[in-house]
Design a protein around this ligand. Structure first.
Ligand code: F6R
Length: 614
């Protein structure tokens, strides 16, 4: 979604902002822009498309000045165009605003402002904020206190979600930032300070950050940061040092972040396991605020998430049911938030989110919080809203995920879910010590299995070449691997734009089998498992109708070769680990098909990394 960068200090703002925007590119955008304040004048540069275009514009028409705001826009209100690109100003060009989120009551505000004589230049919801500030300013000379009252007054009129950066020509030494339901972080430098929607934008400049909370306003000056709530009361903030290494947010020698993130999954999983798994002692130390008594008393677990994280939740259901013998429901957050739901004190709700900023997942958490439900988050981003608002958080520690398509965060989530299921199973007595110890010992082998599976990349690229002209794909799996079929199909469609569907293989004959012909390749997850024979029968049914089948099978399974046209062999491992292993060839297949088709793999069209609006 939209990215915000703000800078105030003694360097040239435009260079710092452009660099920050480049680092936020992964969030997804369709236009970008900068505003820099110089000699009492606000100067804007905006362009449609990639940041390259904005850079070219700035080379032709450079901007001078040490305070400014930058923005990458992911269109919500109004098409991607220069006029709709942020920053936006008021009629007098006194205020300038960049915004992430959606102002839900913007039409009524706009209507009232137009009646008062304001002229709008864009179709965006954001522009109303600049005009609201202008309206409060009137024609009088503004003192700083009045300016801040005007900001608070404007924010109090807004319904919806926002992260904002605001500048006013009358206060060249002051950058205002504010947030509600969208993330915003402040970077603390030496004689310079920063604002950004995400930490990777700051890492090269500073590792010291201040997280802005709900309904807080920050006054950012070169040498100070002060924070207030919307009633004007000062709030004390902590400066946190982030432990991320800037190199983790670099591509290294890989062509794309997506490929790098797929290939580093063995390391990411080791990082998820570190300090938690003590196989020899048969112990897990998860350091979560989950009392033994509570875990023994709960009646049900509800897993809530969106997109790829939802697919992790679907696998999680099998884990908790099999190992902890507890009923589990799995919910798509955007549906859950508007349904009549009945969770209470005997429920554990688990929210899964890479970013921790997904608007629907956060809304589900807030809904359950009101009902007194115990809330656990599985999240990759330290300091994210989800992590801050949940009762307790299991951090996956996979490192920054920059590619828009989620890969390593997914296997990290599966690892976290399996560890949690073992923990709940042991606590409730559903999992015997011996069985648990055996499982924990096997867990140690997972990074090596993942590494071996990643070595298939070259072979998969060759295979992908044969399929780049296809328009449709069907992915089949059963049991633990049904969600992996869904995830494989999602990966392919989001990065290569090929239509793909995931299906539980047993459902084929209830409809989708009608689709199968020579033009519809199938990818079948057919590794060793209790449903191996069943899925083999499903493959035969597809083959009998002319389908070309690519199988993901277990090393040593010679029989499968006769049944399908292509086989990708993965290492032999217990079925319970198969989701983490089997998803890798599917991620690599999606990546190579997309790359060979010339797609923008790291920033697929229309997609955003962190979906901070509904
Ligand atoms: C797909 C993808 C999305 C996210 C979804 C939830 O590759 O990345 O489907 O999984 O937007 O995002 P998080 O996990 O950040 O809540």
């Amino acid at each position: 979604m939209c990215g915000i960068v703000g800078y105030i200090g003694n360097r040239s703002a435009s260079g710092v902002l452009l660099d920050g925007l480049k680092r936020l590119e992964y969030r997804g955008y369709d236009s970008s822009g900068l505003a820099v304040l110089c000699d009492g004048k606000l100067n804007l540069r905006r362009s449609v498309g990639k940041i390259l275009n904005l850079r070219a514009l700035l080379t032709e028409q450079p901007l001078k000045g040490g305070v400014g705001l930058g923005h990458t826009r992911w269109a919500t209100h109004g098409v991607p165009s220069e006029q709709n690109a942020h920053p936006h100003t008021d009629c007098s060009k006194r205020f300038v605003v960049v915004h992430n989120g959606i102002i839900e009551n913007y039409s009524i505000l706009k209507h009232n402002l137009i009646k008062k004589g304001h002229r709008f230049e864009s179709q965006t919801d954001t522009e109303v904020i600049a005009h609201l500030l202008e309206e409060a300013w009137g024609k009088k000379n503004f003192l700083e206190k009045e300016y801040l009252d005007a900001v608070r007054g404007a924010l109090n009129q807004l319904e919806g979600a926002f992260a904002l950066g605001i500048l006013c020509v009358d206060f060249p030494e002051l950058l205002v930032a504010a947030r509600r339901d969208c993330p915003l972080v402040l970077g603390v430098g030496k004689n310079e300070n920063f604002v950004a929607s995400d930490i990777p934008a700051l890492l090269h400049a500073t590792k010291k950050v201040v997280y802005l909370e709900q309904n807080e306003v920050a006054l950012v000056r070169p040498k100070s940061i002060e924070c207030f709530n919307l009633d004007g009361y000062r709030v004390k903030k902590e400066v946190v040092t982030v432990r991320l290494n800037p190199l983790q947010a670099e591509k290294a020698n890989y062509k794309h972040f997506m490929l790098k993130e797929i290939m580093e999954q063995n390391i990411a999983i080791q990082d998820t396991l570190r300090g938690r798994l003590f196989a020899e002692a048969g112990e897990l130390r998860l350091n979560l605020d989950l009392r033994e008594n509570f875990l023994k008393q709960i009646d049900r677990i509800t897993l809530i998430a969106c997109g790829t994280s939802y697919h992790a939740a679907l696998v999680g259901r099998y884990y908790f049911e099999a190992l902890a013998k507890i009923p589990v429901t799995v919910e798509i957050a955007s549906e859950f938030r508007y349904r009549d739901t009945f969770l209470g004190k005997k429920d554990l709700a688990i929210y899964i989110s890479q970013s921790g900023e997904t608007a629907d997942t956060l809304a589900a958490l807030r809904k359950n919080k009101k009902m007194g439900v115990k809330n656990l988050a599985i999240c990759n981003v330290l300091g994210s809203s989800l992590a801050r608002e949940a009762d307790t958080t299991f951090f996956t520690h996979c490192g920054p995920e920059i590619g828009v398509a989620s890969t390593k965060a997914f296997t990290g989530q599966l690892t976290a879910l399996l560890l949690l299921a073992i923990h709940v199973g042991m606590t409730r007595g559903a999992l015997e010590g011996k069985e648990a110890k055996e499982l924990l010992n096997q867990f140690l082998k997972l990074p090596a299995w993942i590494r071996q599976t990643c070595a298939l990349s070259k072979k998969i690229k060759t295979l992908a070449r044969r399929f780049i002209g296809k328009d449709h794909f069907l992915y089949l799996g059963r049991n633990l691997n049904y969600p992996i079929a869904l995830e494989g199909a999602l990966k392919l469609k989001e990065v290569s734009y090929i239509h793909a569907e995931g299906y539980p293989a047993g459902e084929m004959k209830h409809g989708p089998i009608a689709l199968i012909n020579r033009e519809m390749p199938l990818v079948a997850l057919v590794t060793e498992s209790p449903v191996y024979d069943k899925i083999c029968s499903n493959i035969e049914e597809a083959k009998a109708r002319g389908g070309t089948v690519i199988a993901i099978a277990t090393e040593g399974d010679k029989a499968i070769r006769k049944k399908v046209s292509d086989v990708l062999y993965v290492p032999k491992a217990p079925d319970i680990f198969s989701p983490m292993i089997n998803v890798i060839p599917l991620q690599l297949f999606a990546y190579h098909v997309a790359d060979l088709r010339g797609c923008d793999v790291d920033c697929p069209r229309n997609l955003a990394k962190s979906v901070t609006v509904e």
